[in-house]
Design a protein around this ligand. Sequence first.
Ligand SMILES: [Zn+2]
Length: 111
Amino acid sequence: MNVLFITLCALQVIIGFIIGAILGCFYATIMDRINKKMSITKVFNIFKKDTCFCFNCNHILKQRDMIPIISYLKYKGKCKYCGGKIGLRNIYYEFVIGLIVMIGICVFIIY
Ligand SMILES: [Zn+2]
């Protein structure tokens, strides 16, 4: 195998993890809204700015506050605005679904 092939495979795996983490974030948001008996139709409108907010302080989150895994680690599992704790479940879904998509791409590359 040459270096270019290995580099492209690694890039596909990394992009797969990122896409999976975004899907996991989306899934966690939908689950949160269902648990709080809120409408999930706003989640599907990604161009609106008020789709995601903190459940503690109701502050509308900016795009840079919603980067899967990175935002959780950056703010140490707390809301940037009120300091309210964000459950581990969100990062769990982001990480696990990221891994599932990444493994799926690895299997697709191998076979
Ligand atoms: Zn908050």
